[in-house]
Design a protein around this ligand. Structure first.
Ligand SMILES: Cc1cc2nc3c(=O)[nH]c(=O)nc-3n(C[C@H](O)[C@H](O)[C@H](O)COP(=O)(O)O)c2cc1C
Length: 149
């Protein structure tokens, strides 16, 4: 599922937190498999991201394929890694914390990868991040940027 509520929590050990709605199918899968991945996609993938956001994985056989995203198994963990992702993190479930109406999944990063658009920093001329500005008539990012897609 697309997530905006994620953050680095610790550098050593490398921990990442993701806030998940209790109802999300992704949360169920991550708890069952004790692992999850984070994949950063370029803005050009926005239509696939919209599809991921508007259809629950509980309704389809294979949600990533349904959204037109090919994936492969992670290098260290049995998690789906989206092939066109610009950066990926493979996380082993470290812990979970119920916080209000969300569950914070804390992942221990076991492997990571980035495309050549990242060296010491992102080259934002080549990697165009999705800018989440709220949900209205479709998804995210600035109108001007949407016209440029
Ligand atoms: C830009 C964007 C950011 C989102 N961020 C989150 C998030 O941080 N946590 C969350 O639980 N849902 C978030 N959602 C909603 C889920 O992506 C959506 O409910 C999804 O359909 C859940 O799919 P699933 O049931 O297959 O897990 C976000 C949606 C969008 C469009």
């Amino acid at each position: 599922m697309p997530v905006v509520s994620y953050s680095s929590i610790s550098v050593s050990p490398p921990l990442i937190g993701v806030a998940c709605q209790s109802s999300s199918f992704t949360l169920k899968l991550a708890l069952a498999s004790k692992a999850f991945s984070l994949c950063l996609l370029d803005r050009s993938r926005i239509h696939a991201i919209e599809r991921l956001a508007t259809r629950s994985g509980s309704q389809v056989e294979d949600k990533l394929t349904d959204a037109g995203l090919d994936y492969e198994k992670g290098s260290k963990l049995d998690v789906p890694i989206i092939k066109v992702a610009e950066a990926t993190l493979e996380c082993q479930l470290h812990s979970r914390i119920r916080l209000g109406d969300h569950v914070m999944l804390v992942g221990l990063v076991k492997a990571c990868n980035a495309s050549d658009k990242f060296r010491d920093f992102w080259d934002f001329k080549r990697y165009r991040a999705v800018l989440y500005t709220g949900w209205r008539d479709g998804m995210t990012t600035y109108d001007a940027a949407r016209r440029a897609i």
